[in-house]
Design a protein around this ligand. Structure first.
Ligand SMILES: Cc1cc2nc3c(=O)[nH]c(=O)nc-3n(C[C@H](O)[C@H](O)[C@H](O)COP(=O)(O)OP(=O)(O)OC[C@H]3O[C@@H](n4cnc5c(N)ncnc54)[C@H](O)[C@@H]3O)c2cc1C
Length: 246
């Protein structure tokens, strides 16, 4: 996944010899040029469809046991393992405050104005979802700031919202609730599987609200986005809005 290549570069600069990159997915999820650079120029093998199932060693690490998707196992000698990817939000404070969490992101559930279900509590960035590029998080901050300003001037807080629910292989969407006065921002999604030409279908109570073909493929551990032009068609008294790959 993308951050692993940064970790690889950092380790190599520190003089560490990297035994292998391991991913449970059938191929890397980095942008091709970077991945190719890391593999070909530095000669680090990329082991795909493989999972680290055991850390081996007594007193200190001597290697890892790998299991391939087809059941084969292997041992790779090493003294350090660096885990990246599968990031989870920094949600401890939100949990302790008893805020409603979204089952997909595992961060606080928020509407399009980044309002949680706790009056006056907004959430953006790493507290809300797994690591997103900083520029995307800055955009969330800008939208939230406008909503904070509004709240400070009128004190209004929504009492109800419509849930957004994703269907596998989609893992999560954020924001993941809708309220009538939401700004029409963009939604960020994650997939657990590669889909080369995804079609996104958004429905509510069996009614199609929006169908779109994002320009980029859906790749695990990388965001893809859908604009929010369909949100005006949501019945705010209706059932959950469902987002699926068609
Ligand atoms: C390994 C990794 C590599 C990344 N690389 C890139 C990259 O190359 N380019 C890019 O654009 N983005 C990258 N990102 C994403 C980037 O880090 C985020 O987009 C950005 O940091 C989000 O900003 P934030 O303010 O929401 O959260 P953070 O930067 O995480 O700031 C939150 C702060 O709150 C503090 N905090 C948390 N809980 C508590 C608490 N209970 N009490 C007090 N303080 C608390 C934390 O210590 C932290 O300082 C990367 C993320 C990761 C995890």
């Amino acid at each position: 996944e993308p951050v692993s290549f940064t970790a690889l570069d950092t380790l190599r600069r520190a003089g560490v010899s990297v035994a292998a990159l391991v991913t449970e997915h059938p191929r890397h999820q980095a942008r091709p040029a970077r991945a190719l650079d890391a593999r070909l120029r530095h000669g680090v093998p990329l082991l795909t469809d493989a999972t680290v199932v055991e850390l081996v060693g007594r007193g200190r690490l001597s290697g890892v046991a790998l299991r391939h998707r087809d059941g084969r196992t292997a041992h790779v000698a090493c003294d350090t393992v660096v885990f990246t990817g599968d990031f989870v939000p920094d949600h401890e404070l939100a949990r302790r405050a008893g805020l409603l969490l979204d089952p997909g992101t595992r961060g606080p559930a928020v509407d399009g104005a980044f309002r949680t279900d706790g009056r006056g509590v907004f959430a953006v960035g790493n507290v809300l979802h797994a690591a997103e590029p900083a520029r995307a998080v800055a955009r969330e901050g800008t939208l939230a700031a406008e909503a904070v300003r509004r709240y400070l001037s009128d004190g209004d807080w929504p009492s109800a919202s419509v849930r957004l629910r994703v269907t596998a292989p989609l893992a999560w969407i954020a924001p993941n609730r809708l309220t009538p006065d939401d700004p029409t921002g963009a939604f960020t999604l994650r997939t657990t599987e590669f889909v080369a030409r995804p079609t996104l279908v958004i429905t509510q109570d069996g009614r199609i609200l929006h169908r779109t073909r994002p320009r980029s493929p859906a790749v695990p551990n990388r965001p893809f986005r859908v604009a929010g032009e369909w949100t005006g068609r949501v019945d705010t008294e209706g059932g959950a809005v469902r987002i699926a790959l068609g």
